[in-house]
Design a binder for this molecule. Structure first.
Ligand code: SAM
Length: 224
């Protein structure tokens, strides 16, 4: 039986990768990537020749069956996502679930920890984060109000991922539903245009309204 490695990769800066991650990517028989083009940037940077295949949100049950068969045949496989830690708001968790369902205790699923946008923003927040809640992405349409309303009942920070296309609209909604909250917003963390914006909901909303060129990139938000 092969082993399945769940392996964290950088969220931007290619140097944010562990020695163990590079060693594992070199040694496994196959790397499953959310997007092979994305992962190939890392593989070519570190001269890793390992074969890649895609595994993503829309992968078919047949694809999962194929992966299970490869593990049964003894292949060691690493699963990576586009950025960060597989399984945190991306399809990694689904594969682990399917593999566990099939093999139960027979298979070794080995974490190779690395960065995550979630832990990265927490680390610079300056907030008491012994307790917080992570909510993934807000729903696109239905359930959006409910998503933000639930935060009213938390007396600890709530963290979520945001798309630049929905940032302004959703901040307007936060202003309406949670006007007293403050924000720590991380954008493009570890990348060239990295910024951490701190302030009241109103201040952060105004900042992005006045700097439309910054309404882009990858965003993670803490409401507290
Ligand atoms: N598994 C990843 C992790 O561990 O961070 C998250 C995957 S999720 C599909 C991608 C979202 O994470 C982005 O849309 C953005 O909200 C957030 N994200 C990823 N990289 C980021 C970065 N460099 N700066 C800020 N947010 C980031």
């Amino acid at each position: 039986m092969g082993k399945l490695y769940i392996l964290g990769t950088p969220i931007g800066n290619l140097e944010d990768i562990t020695f163990r991650a590079i060693k594992t990517l070199k040694e496994v028989d196959l790397i499953l990537c959310e997007d092979t083009r994305q992962t190939k940037k890392i593989l070519s940077h570190y001269e890793i020749p390992t074969r890649t295949e895609s595994y993503h949100h829309h992968s078919s049950p047949e694809k999962v069956e194929k992966i299970i068969k490869l593990l049964e045949d003894g292949l060691n496989i690493a699963l990576v996502s586009d950025a960060g830690t597989p399984g945190i708001s991306d399809p990694g968790g689904k594969l682990v679930e399917a593999v566990l369902e099939k093999f139960e205790k027979e298979i070794k699923i080995i974490p190779i920890p690395g960065p995550s946008a979630l832990a990265t923003i927490v680390s610079v927040s300056g907030l008491p984060t012994d307790k917080f809640i992570f909510l993934g992405f807000p729903p696109h349409k239905k359930g959006k109000n409910k998503f933000f309303e639930q935060i009213k009942s938390f007396d600890f920070p709530a963290i979520y991922y945001e798309s630049p296309h929905r940032l302004l609209k959703n901040l307007e909604l936060v202003k309406e539903i949670l006007p007293e909250k403050k924000i720590v917003l991380g954008r493009e963390l570890t990348k060239i245009f990295e910024e951490v914006v701190r302030g009241s909901v109103d201040e952060v909303l105004e900042y992005f309204k006045n700097n439309k060129d910054k309404v882009r990139g990858e965003i993670v938000i803490i409401l507290y």
